[in-house]
Design a protein around this ligand. Structure first.
Ligand code: NAD
Length: 442
């Protein structure tokens, strides 16, 4: 098929490249000229494992191209995907300006009957607004092409996006247009062979499914984080509790980790937007609000532990941080717990020496303060530092040389924000150990 994908970010670029990889001709549109210049030069603007190979292969095969010319891209397209950002507004609601601007531009440009597919995460009812916008644009130029709008939320996980797209656990399509459903079924057939993963439903349910999924996942994390606080006080180890609890098939072991709070570009904004939708419709959002409150509190837990450990020595101390990305295998630092920790440490008069395999540039743009030094190797962050805080569970942090750390850190202590280490072993090596929800070190 001929496809246009509007918005070439984490979702749009992965979607465009993967759909080209199975034989479609895909034009990815973006208005960010810096991003386009990189892509034209064969560089990938984001860190996503495996993505560079897929992009390069399909550029070379001339199935994938990049442009800022939305009109030409959509004119010939069987399906037009909208994958632009939907960032949070001040009041927590999703900002639809990019989605609606793209819809207007599509309506101004199409020259045939067209199915527009909304991949961005959008509040329930947005596809109706997209349809109204498209029709208004068509009316304004006296055009009478048939347009329909389908919802097709994206469930890929940053850090594993290519694999998630190529091997989805479900493909959700919301549409009341049987022709649109036929086209989308055909498009996704390559990913839907050994069992039917395609779940079709009405548009509103589809839009809602994305928010409900993220709300469910964020709730699991916040509940584990709240339980971890209590475990510490009760002298229990949340890691043992996690194993014991996750063994129940009704609960399951996945996504049950206590940690430094969730971040990223989705959970925080989507839970907020869902709570806003509830309030708008007079429905209580007690659970959703609590999930957010617990998360904000959890993002301070590492700072509180460091501050208790260092006491009056905190101001003037140097804190090493491993991990800036909001999770491993991505360079995304949006809403990352590391940023909250660094801001708190700097405000308390500490210096920070941080290391991340790929997210340094993005973190530096967020925090230009020279009291944050970003170094190019994990061990460099620890040289001359007082204590070490591990915020992101990158693989290279999983088995550090604890004895070297004990000799190198000035106040040898490790704050394990992801419960990666065995407390007893770390302490045997000469470091104080502080985990999340573990009595050790408290
Ligand atoms: P992003 O910020 O990485 O990319 C969005 C891109 O759209 C940017 O490059 C921007 O320049 C471009 N853009 C904005 N308006 C445009 C326009 N009118 N014409 C052309 N380009 C335009 O965003 P993202 O992380 O890819 O997220 C996109 C959507 O997908 C959001 O709604 C998000 O909630 C949802 N989503 C994201 C993820 C994720 O892991 N990042 C996962 C699932 C769903």
């Amino acid at each position: 098929m001929n496809l246009a994908v509007i918005g070439t970010g984490y979702v749009g670029l992965v979607t465009g490249a993967c759909l080209a990889d199975v034989g479609n001709r895909v034009t990815c549109v973006d208005r960010d000229q810096a991003k386009l210049a990189m892509l034209h030069a064969g560089q990938i603007p984001i860190h996503e494992p495996g993505l560079a190979d897929v992009v390069t292969r399909n550029l070379q095969a001339e199935r994938l191209s990049f442009t800022d010319d939305l009109a030409t891209a959509v004119r010939d397209a069987d399906l037009v995907f909208i994958a632009v950002g939907t960032p949070p507004r001040e009041d927590g609601s999703a900002d639809l300006q990019h989605v609606l601007a793209a819809s207007r531009e599509i309506g101004d440009a199409i020259e045939r009957d067209t199915v527009v597919v909304v991949k961005s995460t959008v509040p329930v009812g947005t596809c109706d607004k997209v349809l109204d916008t498209l029709r208004a644009a068509l009316r304004a130029r006296g055009a009478s092409w048939q347009v329909s709008v389908a919802s097709n939320p994206e469930f890929l996980k940053e850090g594993n996006a290519v694999d998630d797209f190529q091997r989805p656990d479900r493909i959700v399509i919301g549409t009341d247009d049987s022709q649109a459903l036929r086209l989308l079924r055909a498009l996704y057939a390559p990913y839907n062979r050994n069992r039917d993963r395609l779940i079709d439903m009405d548009v509103r349910s589809s839009e809602f499914t994305k928010y409900a999924s993220n709300a469910m996942l964020a709730t699991r994390i916040s509940l584990m984080n709240e339980l971890s606080q209590l475990a510490e006080k009760l002298g229990a180890d949340i890691e043992a509790v996690r194993h014991g609890t996750g063994a129940d098939p009704r609960i399951g072991p996945n996504f049950l980790y206590a940690g430094a709070g969730y971040g990223g570009s989705c959970f925080p904004k989507d839970v907020q937007a869902l709570a806003h939708m509830a309030t708008e419709h007079g429905v209580p959002a007690d659970m959703l609000n609590s999930v957010q409150t617990v998360n904000e509190r959890q993002k301070r837990v590492l700072f509180d532990k460091v501050s208790r450990h260092l006491g009056t020595r905190l101001a003037g101390s140097t804190v090493a941080i491993w991990g800036l990305a909001f999770k491993p295998n991505t360079d995304d630092v949006r809403e990352a717990p590391s940023l909250a920790l660094i801001r708190d440490l700097l405000a308390a008069g500490a210096r920070v020496r941080a290391y991340d395999p790929v997210a340094s540039g993005n973190a530096r743009r967020e925090i230009p303060d020279p009291a944050l030094e970003i170094v190019s190797r994990a061990n460099l962050a620890c040289e001359g530092a007082d204590v070490l805080v591990v915020v992101t569970e990158w693989r290279e942090f999983k088995s550090p040389d604890f004895r070297w750390l004990a000799k190198t850190l000035q106040q040898p202590a490790i704050f394990d924000g992801r419960n990666l280490y065995e407390p007893d072993y770390v302490e045997e090596c000469g470091l104080r150990y502080y985990g999340i929800g573990r009595a050790a070190g408290e």
